[in-house]
Design a protein around this ligand. Structure first.
Ligand SMILES: Nc1nc2c(ncn2[C@@H]2O[C@H](COP(=O)(O)OP(=O)(O)O)[C@@H](O)[C@H]2O)c(=O)[nH]1
Ligand SMILES: [Mg+2]
Length: 271
């Protein structure tokens, strides 16, 4: 479970020729994927179901808020500070099977987390993964059984994000190698309103080949999965914007959400 990911010997990662992998680096960029979506679309039409998306990421990073926004669900302030210990299931309904089913894997280090990871990556393998990060801005949550506010530095939070992704990326790799069709991974860099002036640095940090510790994990994941079998996108987003004069007003947030939705649709073969 915790052994480090090692690239397959003899396999070099070359971003320029990395199969059909797609990388969007610019803010709100939404590249048209070269993944062939037709088979996915037909599979969904035949099965009569929406594509299923696993939502992963450490606790407090903003998964629930983001998914609730994607499915236009009313935010429940009462549960916002608690964090969920079980898998949250949300459906975004749309005509012509253009909706989505999201399964939010609990970030807590609980037994339920392992079961949830098994479900989405093994028992009922998902169509794609939305991995949520927030550039070290996860809301610290108390460990069960303790009181008082949890404190963590930005560096500690980034290290925790990295560790969390290490576990998830192992699961993604083992799912990707088992299937014949390509898998997609979208890294949603959320809470962009909290680091609006560092957006480019944040995107860079989470992008394959950028040399950051997170990039190293992505590069390993690609090598393990086979580059042509995994597309990786990095998109900034926020679940809540500030007022008109802030660096990330609500309008800008809404356009980032729209760009993410468009990309999820392209990857899922929606037309
Ligand atoms: N500023 C800001 N705060 C956010 C954003 N998304 C989530 N949060 C806050 O971060 C906290 C954790 O979010 P939540 O979705 O519950 O995280 P989860 O544990 O990953 O499901 C919540 O209290 C939200 O108020 C965002 O886009 N911007
Ligand atoms: Mg949650």
């Amino acid at each position: 479970m915790n052994e480090p990911i090692r690239p397959t010997p003899g396999r070099r990662i070359d971003l320029a020729t990395a199969g059909r992998a797609v990388l969007s680096t610019g803010a709100a960029a939404s590249a048209i994927g070269a993944l062939s979506n037709a088979p996915e679309r037909i599979a969904h039409l035949l099965s009569g179901r929406y594509p299923v998306v696993a939502v992963t990421g450490m606790t407090g990073v903003g998964k629930t808020r983001l998914v609730d926004r994607l499915v236009r669900r009313q935010i429940n302030e009462a549960t916002a500070e608690v964090g969920s210990a079980t898998m949250e299931r949300r459906t975004r309904r749309a005509s012509g099977l253009r909706g989505f089913r999201f399964k939010v894997v609990p970030g807590e280090n609980a037994a339920t987390r392992l079961g949830a990871l098994d479900e989405v990556f093994h028992d009922e393998p998902v169509d794609g993964i939305l991995h949520v990060v927030s550039y070290g801005h996860a809301t610290p949550r108390r460990t069960a059984g303790t009181t008082g506010r949890a404190e963590a530095t930005r560096e500690e939070q980034l290290a925790a994000e990295l560790e969390d992704f290490g576990i998830t990326s192992h699961r993604i790799a083992s799912m990707a190698v088992r299937r014949s069709n390509p898998t997609w991974l979208v890294i949603a860099v959320t809470k962009a309103d909290l680091f609006a002036d560092e957006l480019d640095e944040a995107i860079e940090y989470y992008s394959p080949g950028s040399g950051s510790p997170f990039a190293a994990k992505l590069d390993d994941l690609r090598a393990l999965s086979g580059a042509a079998k995994l597309s990786i996108d990095v998109l900034p987003v926020c679940a809540q914007g500030g007022d008109k004069r802030s660096a990330m007003p609500e309008k800008k947030c809404a356009s980032l959400i729209a760009a993410l939705e468009t990309r999820l649709g392209q990857l899922s073969g929606h037309v």
